[in-house]
Ligand binder design. Structure first.
Ligand SMILES: [Mg+2]
Length: 389
């Protein structure tokens, strides 16, 4: 079964602006990756982009990586992954190249599943039929305030979620990196963040509250704030500082017992996660399937974490394709604790598949059961959101 074409499909739709500690999203986007074969089986994947120009991601997929693998046997996934890695080694390894490799890899596993008429999770050694999740949201937005956050968390509880994650750290008064961002609206005083945490935690009750600073703190700040977060009953602090500060991460893990330090969605590749785990820099490992290296690399990251006694909680902030793929990956790792279920309004997640994603009463999502990723894409919706780049 030879690969005949590799295509990138750039999707974009505008959204009401939402902010984390640093960035403000005014649109949602995704780069879907389509790999075609001479057996008439087509695979779909998603390269996560973190807001990178879709034209660049599409170019990498179609013009740099695509020609390396057209003509190859689609079944040789490990060989193809390694080829893409080595032929881009000098300028790749990370960032957009690894994102593009991830998207192609997901599509190749979709092809393998369709060819063998099995869900990808089954090919990977599925250990459960569903994946526990938490509601990921709690962004800052114009006019939202504490009341808006309260209504949001109440909505999650009504849906059946028990645990939730909110953003914190959008503060200009600490001389943090928000001052370098193009949009600095909706920043709050540190005191308001404490109120946001108290409000969310009070509503969740026995449920767990997670907070995420999107790497906007430094280690000193995180140590100081971490003690307060622990006092307020926060369960995990996500990516508090940039992953380059390995010593800082190590200190946080050591000096903040009782508060799990988790990350990093921006990290990529087995070697980089291995270094963080070996150095005692993470309590829980949080790769993104569409960014960290696809199924081929993330199952190794999962195994490495398991060997070190660490749990996995996949990051997921993309379209329905990445969410489906992440369910297959998460359900195949015995050390999966839970997976991110992003709840911000996002048509690229809610509209691309007709029936949505099924969950049980506690919002554990069932792994789609069809061959490959097991999803039926609505191509009229894909066409609706496809943009020219
Ligand atoms: Mg995060």
């Amino acid at each position: 079964m030879k690969i005949t074409a590799v295509k990138g499909i750039p999707l974009r739709c505008s959204c009401e602006p939402i902010s984390d500690a640093l960035s403000t999203s005014t649109a949602r986007q995704a780069l879907l990756v389509q790999v075609e074969t001479d057996a008439k089986i087509t695979g779909i994947g998603e390269a996560f982009t973190y807001g990178a120009p879709l034209a660049v991601m599409k170019y990498l997929v179609e013009n740099q990586l695509g020609p390396m693998i057209v003509g190859r046997d689609a079944e040789d996934i490990e060989e193809i992954w390694t080829t893409m890695y080595w032929r881009t080694i000098a300028h790749g390894r990370r960032s957009l190249i690894m994102g593009a490799i991830s998207g192609i890899d997901i599509a190749l596993w979709d092809i393998r599943g369709k060819a063998e008429k099995k869900p990808v999770a089954e090919l990977l050694g599925q250990v459960s039929d569903r994946v526990p999740s938490y509601a990921s949201g709690g962004f800052y937005a114009a006019g939202k305030g504490i009341d808006g956050l309260k209504a949001e968390i109440e909505g999650y509880l009504k849906q059946g979620y028990r645990d939730a994650k909110i953003k914190i750290g959008r503060n200009l008064d600490r001389r943090g990196p928000l001052r370098y961002m193009a949009i600095q609206d909706n920043h709050v005083a540190v005191e308001e963040d404490w109120k946001r945490i108290e409000t969310a935690k009070a509503l969740l009750g026995e449920g767990e509250l997670f907070v995420d600073t999107n790497a906007s703190w430094d280690a000193e700040m995180a140590l100081e704030q971490g003690k307060e977060l622990r006092r307020l009953g926060v369960s995990w602090l996500e990516e508090p500082i940039p992953f380059e500060d390995l010593a800082g991460f190590r200190r946080l893990c050591r000096e903040l017992p009782g508060l799990q330090i988790i990350g990093c969605e921006t990290q990529q590749g087995l070697g980089n996660f291995k270094t963080m785990v070996e150095e005692g820099a993470l309590d829980m490992v949080q790769p993104d399937l569409g960014w960290a290296g696809g199924f081929t690399e993330c199952r190794k990251i999962g195994a490495m974490a398991a060997a070190a006694g660490k749990k996995i909680s996949l990051h997921c902030f993309g379209s329905a394709v990445l969410f489906a793929a992440s369910l297959h990956m998460a359900a195949s790792m015995a050390n999966t604790e839970r997976m991110e279920s992003e709840e911000n309004p996002n048509p690229l997640k809610s509209e691309l598949i007709a029936d949505g994603f099924a969950a049980d009463g506690r919002m554990s999502f069932y792994v789609p059961q069809g061959p490959g990723l097991g999803i039926e894409l609505d191509w009229t919706k894909i066409e609706k959101y496809t943009i020219i780049v």
